[in-house]
Design a protein around this ligand. Sequence first.
Ligand code: E4P
Length: 218
Amino acid sequence: MLIFLDTANIEHIRHAARLGVISGVTTNPSLVAREEGVDFKAAIQEICSIVPGPGTVSAEVLSLEAEGMIEEARQLSSWAPNIAVKIPVSEAGLEAISVLSREKVKTNFTLCFSVNQALLGAIVGATYVSPFVGRLDDIGHQGMEVVADAVQIFRHYNLSTQVIAASLRHPLHVIAAAKAGAHVATVPYNVLMQMIRHPLTDIGISRFAEDWKKVSNK
Ligand code: E4P
């Protein structure tokens, strides 16, 4: 399973890339809006130059009509070779991805909340589908079941679409995504940091350092 970072924060992306653990980034309009004064195109291009791959950088369209989505997607995908255009689940979104997949534009079918939506995205040739696990959990559904079912169905029919477990809120979500066979887990920066840290590791490191001091003081 690949790890993508779910943010538009350049410093966080730089840090995670230095750690060598991420191979892609997902952004959305809310995440971009959180970063003050950024120029969307410049920010996406900078992110594309930072992330090492083999994953992609997702940037979302704002149009709600198929024609507008297609036009925006063509623009966005011309900004860098590793862009995946995020297109929300809708009839227009399906129509747009049908066209874009024939043009080899990479797409991420986003705001996916059901297995049927994921299946339709795969049928029209989306590069990725993104079930939003946390938002489903929030309303009392088992969000990870959508991930697991989509993975199973895509495997069964040899569909090349990859499943991104999205809207992950804590480290247990990441483990569950890996167990469910997700191709990618896109994680917020704080979750990535939580995945690294463990209090027993911290205690162990300081104990080793203290013990070593005693030896070197002898
Ligand atoms: C994924 O591509 C989305 O950007 C993201 O995971 C949404 O997460 P949220 O539900 O925490 O906003």
